[in-house]
Design a protein around this ligand. Structure first.
Ligand code: Z5A
Length: 212
């Protein structure tokens, strides 16, 4: 007997929008309601590729811009067998950043088109739902200073935000914008409801291919 597949649910958003906080809360809530759920995050800094990325983000090493973009994408592709296996086993995956971050961050650098940035991720397992946690820069600033990692400057983050806005025009992806300026519990309530709905819808459908 084949079991119903799990849903692939992605949280994206600007820096300090609360993605990690909400991913943990969602996994916990789904498990408490009797559903199998696990969290994944990108970059996954535990693999060999992830360690190269981590060293780059921590500014301990330099990598050419195209190269690091392809490494971020490879870091997702190396997880595809595991993602597919978990979904087939009926496990709902809650993912902290995905290909959309990959495209938004690299295309915020000079000389990178959205199209070039999307190409390496074409065909990845397509998320059933992508929730974009929307937070304006002033609110984000109230959640603490930017860290010391690469990309953590307000000018760069503004451009990243514009790229996300462009990506959200794509109706082939199931985007939902969430007002992340509210309390953690209020944001969680919306995320949980949307996730429960998509879990029911996705269980009888095959996993799609992103941007294909
Ligand atoms: N990157 C890339 O270039 N290419 C790629 O393909 C991918 C990523 C996948 C590492 O990301 C960097 O890699 C990232 C994008 C790039 N660069 N930047 N910048 P990361 O995911 O490892 O780490 P992060 O981006 O630094 O996480 P974050 O965005 O800063 O945080 P968050 O997950 O959105 O927020 P949080 O950690 O849940 O919460 C932040 C704080 O706010 C914390 O103190 C919370 O308690 C607080 N918080 C959360 N929610 C609320 C609410 N609702 N009210 C008040 N306070 C709140």
């Amino acid at each position: 007997m084949s079991c119903r597949r799990g849903a692939l649910i992605v949280l994206e958003g600007v820096d300090r929008a609360g993605k990690t906080t909400q991913c943990h809360k969602l996994v916990q809530a789904l498990q408490q309601s009797g559903r199998a759920a696990e969290m994944m995050r990108f970059p996954d800094r535990t693999t060999k590729i992830g360690k190269l990325i981590s060293s780059y983000l921590e500014k301990k090493s330099n990598l050419e811009d195209h190269t690091v973009h392809l490494l971020f994408s490879a870091n997702r592709w190396e997880m595809v067998p595991l993602i597919k296996q978990k979904l087939e086993q009926g496990i709902n995956l809650v993912v902290d950043r995905y290909a959309f971050s990959g495209v938004a961050f690299t295309s915020a650098k000079p000389g990178f088109s959205l199209e070039w940035c999307m190409n390496p991720d074409v065909g990845l397992p397509k998320p059933d739902l992508v929730m974009f946690l929307q937070l304006n820069p002033n609110m984000a600033a109230n959640r603490g200073e930017y860290g010391i990692e690469r990309y953590e400057t307000s000018a760069f983050q503004r451009t990243v935000h514009q790229r996300f806005e462009q990506l959200m025009q794509d109706s082939s992806v199931n985007w939902k914008v969430i007002d992340a300026a509210r309390t953690i519990e209020e944001v969680h309530k919306d995320i949980k409801l949307l996730s429960e709905d998509i879990i029911s819808l996705a269980e009888n459908q095959p996993v799609g291919e992103l941007w294909r």
